[in-house]
Design a protein around this ligand. Structure first.
Ligand SMILES: Cc1cc2nc3c(=O)[nH]c(=O)nc-3n(C[C@H](O)[C@H](O)[C@H](O)COP(=O)(O)O)c2cc1C
Length: 406
């Protein structure tokens, strides 16, 4: 715990971690002790609170804590501790422990919006993410002093979920090579205009992060590489159009005798593209342009067909399907099953994008996941990170049966 107003919520995080079966060693900064009493944390945790590098029973407390931890959770994480960790400065027990651990680290920032959006803090967070540090992003809500905005500590239940995922899932996909696509493709009409869609790419980034957290080596083929931070440890390839995405995916799958084990197609690939791209900007005065469209290849179906034709196992193919369910028509699960068959995929993740908070442009999603073995999993409205966990669980189940995982 570092010293922010949200330190009182650390008590609940501690209790929930204990309920989940963890052994919890609390470390508080001097500032954290101004916000919540040591006695509260000591009573809730497995071990008494430690606050100082000096004067305790252990001669070198930070190395013992860092080396023995399976996971270090910093909640709340102040701007100060984020900066200190990014700069590699060890000035107290918490910052020394962070540098003395090889365990995964989960930072849970909490601060006023102005601090959270300060370029120094933004850079420090990006630096830590690049180094593989995990974050539970703060939410938007009421802050200290009655202000409203981004920077509120994430929900304790979500922090404990993220901690459990890191502890449970680490390295289960060691040795698996995965390709994930993300974002909507942009099909140019002229140098400034394109046909696009509302996909933000966030679901694909969450899937890539989850795969990497489980030890897979992940290439993310993304149309939104300039607007989203690359997940820790993930190799990002930037593309723009459906044809570029196809070429990039094929090169990485190494068709035919595929070299990747898993493809997750979360990208919203345009079905059509302008037949020709004007090299010059089309001017208003030259009349309404007649933009002819031609069909783009169906990347997932094409790869499934190639896999059949080669009579080789090929990569596991996971597709996403954005549907709109009509009253009285087929259910989302029925639509997903028919996509599974028509595309020849192994797993289809379908969502009803007409529902509020679901899919394109939202931070949340609700899906049904069907697979070729007849399993069907409903994931009610939740974060895209949690949907990613369910999607990767579904893929991992099939990969395990193929003996590809460790
Ligand atoms: C009432 C109060 C609330 C504060 N809340 C926060 C906060 O939410 N986030 C933050 O980064 N700093 C906050 N600060 C500033 C930190 O307490 C200060 O930067 C301190 O040096 C952090 O020390 P630590 O990182 O060692 O715990 C707050 C300060 C005060 C006085």
């Amino acid at each position: 715990m570092s010293g922010g107003i949200a330190a009182y919520k650390a008590a609940e995080i501690c209790r929930r971690l204990m309920d989940a079966g963890a052994t919890v060693s609390p470390v508080m900064t001097i500032a954290a002790k101004r916000f919540i009493g040591e006695a509260t944390l000591s009573a809730l945790a497995s071990e008494p609170v430690r606050t100082s590098l000096w004067g305790g029973p252990e001669p070198i407390p930070h190395t013992r804590l860092g080396q023995s931890a399976d996971l270090v959770v910093v909640a709340p994480a102040t701007a100060r501790i984020i900066g200190s960790y990014a700069a590699g400065i060890s000035s107290d027990l918490l910052s020394a422990t962070l540098l003395a651990t090889r365990a995964p680290v989960l930072m849970c920032p909490a601060m006023h919006t102005e601090m959270w959006e300060h370029p120094a803090v933004v850079d420090n967070v990006a630096t830590l993410k690049r180094r593989g540090v995990h974050f539970v992003e703060p939410g938007v809500g009421r802050l200290a002093g009655g202000d409203l905005g981004a920077g509120r500590l994430a929900d304790p239940a979500d922090i404990v979920d993220a901690a459990s995922t890191l502890l449970r899932s680490s390295r289960s996909l060691d040795g698996v090579r995965a390709v994930v696509t993300a974002g909507g493709t942009r099909e140019p009409i002229d140098p400034v205009r394109y046909i696009g869609n509302r996909s933000s790419g966030r679901q694909g980034y969450a899937v890539a992060a989850e795969l990497a957290a489980r030890g897979a080596s992940v290439t993310l083929v993304s149309t939104v590489a300039s607007s989203l931070d690359a997940p820790a440890g993930v190799d990002v390839v930037e593309v723009e159009t459906a044809m570029e995405m196809l070429a990039s995916v094929e090169a990485r799958l190494g068709a035919p005798g595929s070299s990747a084990d898993l493809l997750v197609m979360t990208a919203a690939v345009a079905d059509f593209r302008p037949a020709a791209r004007s090299d010059q900007k089309i001017k208003r005065g030259s009349g309404v342009p007649d933009v002819q469209l031609v069909a783009n290849p169906d990347i997932l179906a094409g790869l499934a067909q190639a896999r059949l034709a080669n009579n080789a196992p090929g990569p596991l193919l996971v597709g996403f399907a954005a549907e709109t369910v009509r009253p009285g028509g087929p259910t989302l699960e029925e639509l997903a099953l028919s996509k599974l068959r028509s595309k020849g995929a192994d797993v289809i993740v379908a969502n009803d994008v007409a529902l509020p908070g679901v899919g394109f442009g939202h931070a949340t999603n609700a899906v049904v996941i069907v697979d070729r073995d007849g399993r069907s999993v409903q994931v009610p409205l939740t974060t895209k990170e949690k949907v990613a966990v369910a999607v990767v669980d579904a893929a991992e189940r099939i990969l395990v049966t193929r003996n590809l995982t460790s």
